[in-house]
Design a protein. Structure first.
Length: 377
């Protein structure tokens, strides 16, 4: 049984494993104080899901906001990288304790897991995280995950927990992600406009869908907006995972969204294998390859990337590194693992395989990026 509507998210058959993502603005109130009553209601909903036979993974923001209040830091702890890292170090203790206490009321055990971008970008570390999540769920615990903001920097961080939640859903083998937001879901235009229409479901995130989004976070406390949520939906859909945006500002927000059938569900349009889903969800590329129109069409039909279709090489990278693939207009086409380093590709780009032996000094490989190591975007 697959997910086709919001109500299916409360069905243990169609969605046996869920990820709940909670943002800072929902969890932390004025003055940096936790919204205990609201959170207790959400924890009650997690307990209800467990009683239905569903497993739940939580991705929780809030450490920086909580820690900034304890330390008296300006701008909610986001005035500088050092402030944010210090605030996170203090706030994470309180955040973990809060989840542990409230889950314990329902006889549930909380488990803390702090992740960085590299933990999910590196294949071995990703598999380790996946194994840990699997074991915790099997043991009956509720994993509570946050980005490890105490060590993350601008270059090596997700930047928002929406995309982290989608990656965690991949690693944790979840069936759906629920992003609790400050709006009811995705509207076809700015929801402040009187004729804006809430979209109950979206089949595939297209350019037209991206055009509907606003990148701003209305609370000023969080780091994500609708744009980051659509990026999370793209990551999820490549792994066959549904993603829902619902309004989290109300008491017991999940039950309310289900009762009113209010929210937006992004339905997956494909299901890549585990390795390709991981590759398609990567955030950082070590370089880029620009290809001609004929090559872009061949890739769309399932072909490998050959040197003859490459127009230019950007960045420096080694064999096995992840690279983005774009067409001549700059539109992302795919991403994959390079079979050559950037210097070698620069020598053979635009050439046919029969000419590459002389340029390389050895027999060429079958492709610059093989289709088995390539994911269409």
């Amino acid at each position: 049984m697959s997910i086709a509507r919001l109500a299916d998210l409360a069905n243990a058959t169609s969605a046996p494993r869920l990820v709940f993502k909670v943002g800072s603005a929902l969890l932390v109130g004025p003055g940096g104080r936790p919204r205990r009553e609201w959170l207790a209601g959400l924890v009650g909903e997690i307990a209800a899901a467990r009683a239905r036979g569903q497993q739940v993974i939580v991705v929780s923001s809030g450490a920086i906001a909580l820690g900034a209040a304890r330390l008296g830091l300006a701008k909610g702890g986001r005035g500088s990288l050092a402030d944010a890292q210090a605030a996170a170090a203090v706030g994470q203790i309180g955040l973990a304790g809060l989840w542990s206490e409230l889950l314990g009321v329902h006889g549930l055990t909380a488990a803390q897991l702090l992740l960085t971008l590299e933990d999910l970008e590196d294949r071995r570390r990703y598999l380790n995280a996946a194994a840990t999540l699997g074991r915790l769920l099997k043991a009956g615990a509720v994993p509570v995950i946050n980005e490890n903001d105490s060590v993350a920097t601008a270059e090596i961080r997700f930047g928002d927990n929406d995309r982290l939640a989608a990656r965690v859903a991949q690693a944790g083998g979840a069936d759906a992600v629920v992003l609790f937001s400050d709006v009811d879901g995705l509207y076809d235009r700015n929801p402040a406009e009187p004729d804006a229409q809430l979209l109950p479901f979206v089949e595939g995130v297209t350019e037209a869908v991206h055009a509907m989004a606003s990148g701003a976070s209305s609370s000023g406390m969080g780091s994500g907006g609708m744009t980051s949520k659509l990026q999370a939906a793209e990551i999820a859909e490549r792994a066959g995972i549904a993603l829902a945006i619902v309004n989290g500002t109300h008491s017991r927000p999940f039950a309310r969204a289900l009762a009113n059938d209010t929210g937006t569900v992004f339905l997956p349009t494909r299901k890549d294998g585990a390795r390709k889903a991981w590759l398609g969800g990567r955030q950082r590329m070590n370089g880029a390859l620009v290809v001609d129109a004929g090559c872009a069409k061949a890739l769309a039909k399932g072909g490998s990337l050959l040197a003859s279709g490459i127009l230019s090489v950007e960045g420096e990278f080694q064999r096995g590194d992840p690279v983005g693939i774009r067409d001549e207009s700059g539109k992302p086409v795919a991403q994959g693992l390079a079979e050559y380093g950037s210097a070698e590709i620069e020598r053979i780009r635009g050439t046919r395989s029969e000419d590459q032996r002389a340029l390389l000094g050895y027999a060429p490989r079958s492709a610059v990026v093989h289709r088995d190591q390539l994911v269409l975007l």
